[in-house]
Design a protein around this ligand. Structure first.
Ligand code: MG
Length: 362
């Protein structure tokens, strides 16, 4: 589904002069960092739409011709950098005109306001005023505010235009999954382009430790809150976390644009893992355990977890592990899967963000 950034113009793309109107080329100056930032958004697969209030446009004080000269220059310069807007929506009225098209109202965006054809969770408004944040709220998307004063209503506030775009770019590969059955209740958030930060709570200490390894070694920020019927046994919790986590990562990867499809098998003393985000789920698991439990985690559930994880992720996963100590073996497997995942979700700069399959689809 299409992800959109609704970009404000004055104060966000170009610096806003004191009189608040960029009506001559002498007044035209780009906000530092915005061009490389917008380029990054385009590369991250975002569609850009410009939405701007131009007070009194077409009046004597602000003739259409002055606006067009400046606007043409802005678009030419951006196009030269590969940045294009799907639509450019301008409200020409004064604030007191009470029109329906002035931000934060949605008049200009009726097509999008009711549309279910774009990904609201991963779409943003990027702007420099409180009205932009209100506009995002009305549209049901996230917001990034370019400002010195932090807004608690904005998803993120920063003074750097590049940082703002980078934040949006990173968020584009994230997902939130909630899974509730009669046996378990699971909430998971993942951010693919994170730094391996984790917050995990499943009620099974050793399993938490393993999921932390997966987050840490894959570099995927992971929050897992799971409540399961542990009074019955650990099975449902372990398996359902596997499904939900795999699903969250698959969802966050979207169309898998730009990923390294094949991770090199990670060969170390204890575990060897090969992973392909192929769109088909398959698990090959070769490991013998000596103990029934490690901590409160039954060792037989390790295979069940990876099976569920591969199912949710729709990935082909091969795991082989040998060793003496079951704790070490399990830990090595989670670490190795994390490392393989890290390589598999990394963006290959040489792939021009193509889907890594001759089919063109994964
Ligand atoms: Mg503005």
């Amino acid at each position: 589904m299409k992800k959109i950034v609704f970009v404000d113009r004055d104060g966000t793309i170009v610096l806003e002069p004191r009189d608040e109107q960029v009506d001559s080329l002498e007044k035209l100056e780009f906000v530092p960092g915005i061009i490389s930032g917008l380029k990054l958004l385009v590369e991250s697969g975002y569609t850009l739409i410009m939405v701007s209030n131009q007070d009194g446009l077409g009046s004597k004080r602000y003739p259409m011709k002055s606006f067009k000269t400046v606007q043409k220059k802005i678009l030419e310069l951006l196009e030269g950098e590969g940045i294009q807007f799907e639509s450019i929506l301008i409200c020409p009225h004064m604030p007191n005109a009470r029109c329906e098209c002035r931000k934060p109202k949605l008049g200009l965006l009726m097509k999008y306001a009711k549309s279910t054809s774009f990904d609201r969770e991963r779409s943003f408004v990027l702007g420099d005023r409180g009205t932009d944040i209100q506009f995002a709220h009305n549209l049901g998307v996230q917001s990034v505010l370019l400002s010195r004063s932090v807004s608690k209503d904005a998803t993120y506030t920063t003074t750097s235009a590049f940082d703002a775009c980078e934040y949006i770019g990173k968020s584009s590969r994230s997902a939130h999954v909630e899974r509730k059955t009669g046996e378990t209740e699971i909430v998971i958030d993942v951010l693919i382009d994170g730094s391996g930060i984790f917050k995990v709570s499943t009620g099974i200490g050793f399993f938490d430790h393993m999921l932390a390894q997966l987050a840490k070694h894959s570099g995927i920020d992971t929050t897992i809150q799971a409540r399961g019927d542990l009074a019955v046994d650990e099975h449902h919790t372990v398996e359902d976390v596997g499904i939900a986590l795999g699903t969250a990562i698959r969802d966050a990867l979207g169309d898998k644009r730009g990923i390294e499809r094949f991770a090199a098998p990670l060969d170390e003393a204890l575990a060897t893992v090969a992973l392909d985000l192929s769109g088909r789920s398959y698990l090959s698991f070769k490991c013998e355990f000596n103990r029934e439990y490690v901590g409160k985690l039954p060792t037989e559930l390790v295979e069940d977890f990876f099976h569920a994880f591969a199912d949710g992720l729709k990935a082909t996963l091969h795991i082989e592990c040998r060793g003496r100590n079951d704790h070490h073996k399990i830990e090595a497997m989670f670490k190795a899967v994390g490392r393989a995942l890290k390589a598999a979700v990394a963006v290959d700069p040489r792939a021009s963000r193509n889907v890594p399959s001759t089919k063109g689809l994964l």
